[in-house]
Design a binder for this molecule. Structure first.
Ligand code: ATP
Length: 449
């Protein structure tokens, strides 16, 4: 039984109407499972990414940043196991031409046998045998479109980190344990994308590889599990919608020593789903790249005069999925006392909200628009603010509530004399009178809280 309501349909429509997320190439009928982030969506996504970068890189001394290229030497993907192993079993229906993952629970019977029933058209015996399908996107480097020129769009950012392990270590003189963090695009030709931006073929990752001495890996694994769960809570995701899922032995990648997913309850039929993976990958990746490249990727510990291949604890999160989790987590509809119309609110953490404050003149006269515009201009260097003077004030408040703006600043009849404004809180609906000079500090403190 779903424990949380299904708000996905409402969010897809809100996201489009208010400029969070648009269907890619919509005027051509759209591209399957590819989405564009509009003015509010890009702000929200950047705020998530900046918060991650701050927590993982800037605020620590033991993690370095990296921005590796999407296109890599094709041998990388042989070494990593993606050419041979990054596959999903796929089945086709001969009748309706639909495709499914062979392990789709909606399929009745074993694909390829006469008794198997297509979950789309309902025909029996039309499902072909399962075929292995590689999830990597291929393209060609240079003008010749032959096999020698094949390169892949990276399916994860982590490999760019492994191949640069020594470049980063030697250029920064970091000592183990230390980490390397990256934010960037990844591409997977998913067989069953869907659920809005939950599973797409082009997405982003925020990955961090932490290099440790073998034997200390499980301790670091526990440390990172705790850190990462704390981080998700700090975003404002409700603690009862967050949980860990431990990978059982049959779920673990063959090289993985331990893996836990951070799951969020998306509600409806999706329920709890992974938003981040924390993996103890041992020395698999560095060892593979040493084998395939012939170059040593070892660490020399000067203290103990020891040379070894480090183990890796990885944290791998998806900003797109986290953004969706924040929308699902924050969306609520409520009635307002004394008002016929209810309101929709996006309860985003103020630090993540795309717009920090709406600035309104109560009415379009008596110098109020001019004063409100001056206030908006004075706040802009520090905060994203939105000036709005169209429609009734209640309407303007509602428009900001719906996109998660935590504060609405209103210039009213008392403003000119006292050089003050009212500040309305999105969640409590309380209004406080504040001097214009104190506004910047007030908003800054409330965002940081
Ligand atoms: P899944 O089991 O859902 O396919 P995964 O275990 O393959 O995900 P990882 O390789 O661990 O995912 O990637 C780390 C994170 O990247 C995931 O937790 C998720 O947030 C994000 N991610 C992975 N695949 C996609 C996708 N197709 N679309 C959007 N985000 C994705």
């Amino acid at each position: 039984m779903p424990t949380q309501p299904d708000v996905m349909e409402k969010l897809v429509s809100l996201a489009k109407r208010r400029g969070f997320v648009f269907q890619s190439s919509e005027i051509y009928g759209g591209t399957g499972s590819v989405w564009d982030y509009g003015p509010l969506g890009v702000e929200l996504k950047r705020n998530i990414q900046e918060r991650w970068w701050h927590a993982m890189v800037r605020s620590r001394g033991d993690i370095e940043g990296l921005d590796a290229a999407i296109l890599m030497h094709p041998r990388t993907w042989e070494a990593s196991g993606h050419v041979s192993g990054f596959v999903d079993p796929l089945v086709d229906c001969r009748n309706c031409k639909k495709r499914f993952r062979a392990d789709d629970p909606k399929i009745k019977g074993t694909p390829g046998t006469p008794g198997a029933q297509c979950p789309a058209c309902g025909m029996k015996g039309t499902l072909g045998e399962a075929r292995q399908f590689n999830l990597m996107f291929k393209t060609f480097m240079g003008p010749a479109e032959d096999t020698a020129a094949i390169v892949y769009l990276r399916p994860e950012t982590a490999q760019g980190t492994y191949v640069n392990f020594l470049n980063v270590q030697q250029s920064t003189r970091q000592r183990i344990p230390f980490g390397i963090a990256q934010i960037g695009k990844a591409f997977r030709n998913e067989i069953t994308p869907g659920n809005f931006i939950f599973r797409t073929r082009e997405f982003e990752q925020m990955e961090m590889q932490f290099f440790v001495e073998p034997g200390t890996d499980m301790e670091w694994f526990e440390y990172w599990k705790t850190q990462r769960m704390e981080w998700h809570r700090g975003l404002g995701l409700s603690p009862d919608r967050l949980t860990f899922h431990e990978h059982a032995a049959d779920e673990l990648a063959h090289y993985a020593r331990a893996a836990f997913d951070v799951q969020f309850d998306f509600g409806g039929s999706l329920g709890f789903q992974e938003i981040e993976g924390i993996h103890n990958r041992g020395d698999f990746d560095l060892t593979q790249h040493q084998k395939f490249s012939g170059k040593k990727l070892e660490y020399f510990d000067q203290g103990s005069n020891k040379r070894f291949t480090p183990f890796v604890v990885e944290t791998a999160a998806g900003p797109n999925r986290i953004l969706l989790a924040l929308l699902v987590n924050g969306y609520r509809e409520e009635t307002v006392e004394g008002e016929a119309e209810g309101r929709a609110v996006l309860g985003l953490h103020p630090a993540l909200a795309p717009i920090k404050a709406g600035v309104f003149p109560l009415v379009k006269k008596d110098g109020m628009p001019e004063m409100a515009k001056r206030i908006a201009d004075s706040l802009r260097p520090s905060f994203s603010v939105f000036y709005d003077d169209s429609g009734a004030i209640g309407r303007r408040y509602r428009r900001q509530d719906e996109i998660g703006t935590p504060f609405c600043i209103t210039v009213d009849g008392e403003s000119a004399a006292g050089n003050s404004v009212t500040v309305r809180d999105r969640d409590t609906l309380q209004q406080e009178r504040i001097t214009v000079a104190a506004l910047g500090e007030y908003i800054g403190q409330r965002i940081a809280a």
